[in-house]
Design a protein around this ligand. Structure first.
Ligand code: UDP
Ligand code: MG
Length: 320
């Protein structure tokens, strides 16, 4: 038998207790793969399901060419499940899709076509989203505005899982926590060109959502980390040292003013509460400065251990 061709497109699907959705999802995806003019693969990652999802995945792999399954030891969450899929993916383009059938796999060829225009990330946008408004759409609107503003990578729909990426961008990021939604921002930090394309969205009719409102808070906390990683990862001293210098400077000014009042206006220092504030500012500022130095050392260790340079190479030419 001939070796199957190396896939051009890899579609990664995290699966957590989605036994009802799998057969229909598999059928739709198989149809999409068949219609592509380049070879594709589908990688279903079972994230420690407690229902019969893995048996469902095995059945799909047996039935449809190009389908592959990965089973994780236990439930580690959507982000880690996606990372596991990314590590296995062979395609030049990697797409992601939820297993719950809310996204429509038939949008994939349209998204894929945009790479021909030179884009590196093609991001699905659920323009006509079929979810409860108050508990899902509203928090998501706010989150999207916030993420766009803070990261400077403007998207209407970070939460839409249906997105396609040039593989180099995915292979060079390491995903923690709930960070998969920030992948477009990470790619943007690396200089990726991003297109946003409206996609079909359907109500969830099988299985249940695995998340509640609590996710919103995690997203906001993750956002702070993401911002730090973008702006200060390579130079933490600029953040800590900068605020430390500002605080120490303010503390010095306040101290000088209280001394001036003492010697010029003969107001005792003990009668000037500002003096205590100035001491607080000086100490806090000094602490921040030292923290910045420690962070600088850590960051050097980090880049050394990971052997990861603080830059990103998009492609090379002329090498072997
Ligand atoms: N998922 C997962 N591990 C988890 C939770 C969810 O792999 O711990 C998968 C889930 O099966 C689905 C996708 O992640 O394919 C998104 O989950 P869900 O549809 O419940 O999230 P929502 O669309 O409601 O935000
Ligand atoms: Mg969903």
């Amino acid at each position: 038998m001939a070796e199957p061709a190396k896939p051009y497109l890899s579609v990664i699907i995290p699966v957590f207790n989605e036994e009802e959705s799998l057969p229909g999802l598999g059928e739709e995806l198989a149809g999409v793969l068949k219609g592509l003019d380049k070879p594709g693969e589908v990688i279903l990652v079972d994230d420690g399901s407690t229902d019969s999802s893995y048996a469902g995945i095995q059945a799909l792999v047996k039935r449809y060419p190009g389908f592959k399954g990965v089973r994780l030891g236990r439930n580690v969450g959507q982000t880690a499940a996606l990372s596991a899929g990314i590590a296995q993916a062979q395609g030049e383009i990697i797409g992601m899709l939820d297993a719950d059938r809310q996204n429509d796999p038939r949008d994939i060829p349209m998204l894929l076509a945009r790479f021909g225009e030179g884009y590196d990330v093609v991001s699905g946008w659920r323009k006509d989203r079929q979810d409860p408004g108050l508990t899902r759409i509203l928090p998501s609107r706010i989150a999207n505005a916030l993420i766009s503003w803070i990261t400077g990578v403007h998207l209407h729909d970070y939460g839409c899982t249906l997105k396609l990426y040039r593989a180099v961008y995915l292979k060079s990021v390491r995903l923690y926590g709930e960070m998969h939604r920030f992948i477009p921002a990470f790619a943007g930090f690396l200089g990726a060109r991003i297109a946003e394309v409206p996609v079909n969205h359907r109500p969830r009719t099988q299985g249940v959502s695995k998340y509640g409102l609590g996710r919103t808070f995690k997203v906001v906390l993750d956002l702070i980390t993401v911002k730090f990683m973008d702006a200060y990862m390579a130079k933490p001293i600029y953040l800590f040292g900068g605020s430390g210098l500002a605080m120490s400077g303010a503390g010095l000014l306040m101290a000088a003013y209280t001394l001036h009042r003492k010697f010029h206006d003969h107001v005792f220092v003990k009668d000037q509460p500002l003096f205590q504030v100035s001491i607080f500012f000086l100490l806090a500022g000094l602490q921040l400065l030292l923290l910045g130095l420690v962070a600088e050392i850590l960051i050097r260790v980090y880049f050394d251990i990971k052997d990861k340079p603080p830059y990103f190479i998009r492609e090379t030419v002329g090498f072997n």
